[in-house]
Design a protein around this ligand. Structure first.
Ligand code: KIV
Length: 272
């Protein structure tokens, strides 16, 4: 909230393991999201629907061990919060108590406001998520850009207001037209975090695997690729294979040696 009022942009990134969480921490990102995109970019699922709480909790713990400074947010998976406010509170509680998260993210607009209010009320901060909501994308006809029409804009602004009123401390805007994302950002007092929603959000989030070129699937148009890690890993593995096959790895500096006296004893034993 302070960053929004001070006009400082919020940096959020996903992380799904200890090493990348430690790197994100060292770099000073403001927030890490343990998102359900984990199911796609790490587990290879086709979409985020199958992801479970049991799959995400160990990932949360690994990220917690790697990162102490950024705000850690865990994504409540599909069907882990929708049935009732009680279920949502229970699941959110597990992300905090067992996963070490400091906040949770809940996908959906005004239809989940009651749930957002219940979870916030017990003291667990909630990040909302509107626009393209991958958990219910099938219902909305796939990953379609949101906010192309005035009607759609009204619905999104209404959803954002309703989430903010319910107590959400921020709202992710996924694949919302830049114009509508700007209106939402200027309308609600809580920060908006954009992903594919243009330049006027209060912060930006990207899936790390998209950003570093580690996901073999499609990279969305909005994701900037800063480095080709898949290419680097491929090159390293090719070099390793050549070295092993040519007998040039391991080298002298990679081996362990016996003490001289033990080696002499071994040699003399072999001569007998
Ligand atoms: O799971 C995820 O990575 C997300 C981002 C797209 C915001 O929800």
């Amino acid at each position: 909230m302070r960053m929004k009022t001070e006009n400082r942009r919020i940096v959020m990134v996903t992380s799904y393991d200890y090493p990348t969480a430690a790197i994100a921490d060292a770099v000073g990102v403001d927030s890490i999201l343990v998102g359900d995109s984990y199911g796609m970019v790490v587990l290879g699922y086709e979409n985020t629907i199958p992801v479970t709480v049991e799959e995400l909790l160990p990932v949360c713990r690994a990220v917690r061990r790697g990162a102490t400074h950024p705000l850690l947010i865990g994504d409540l998976p599909f069907m882990s919060f929708q049935v009732s406010s009680e279920e949502a509170i229970r699941t959110a509680g597990r992300f905090v108590k067992e996963g070490g998260m400091e906040a949770v993210k809940i996908e959906g607009g005004s239809e989940v406001s009651k749930i957002v209010a219940s979870v916030s009320r017990v003291g667990i901060p909630v990040l909302g998520h509107i626009g393209v909501t991958p958990q219910t994308a099938t219902l909305h006809g796939g990953y379609k850009i949101q906010g192309r029409s005035v009607n759609s804009s009204d619905k999104l602004v209404g959803d954002a207001k309703s989430l903010a009123e319910a107590g959400a401390f921020g709202i992710v805007l996924e694949m919302v037209t830049e114009e509508v994302a700007k209106v939402i950002t200027e309308t609600v007092s809580v920060p908006t975090i954009g992903i594919g929603s243009g330049r006027f959000c209060d912060g930006q989030v990207l899936v790390l695997h998209d950003m570093i070129g580690l996901y073999p699937g499609l990279t969305p148009k909005f994701a900037k690729r800063y480095v080709d890690v898949a290419g680097m890993i491929k090159q390293a593995l090719q070099d390793f294979s050549v070295d092993v096959r040519n007998g040039v790895f391991p080298e002298e500096r990679h081996v362990f040696r016996m003490d001289e006296d033990q080696r002499a004893r071994l040699d003399s034993k072999r001569k007998i």
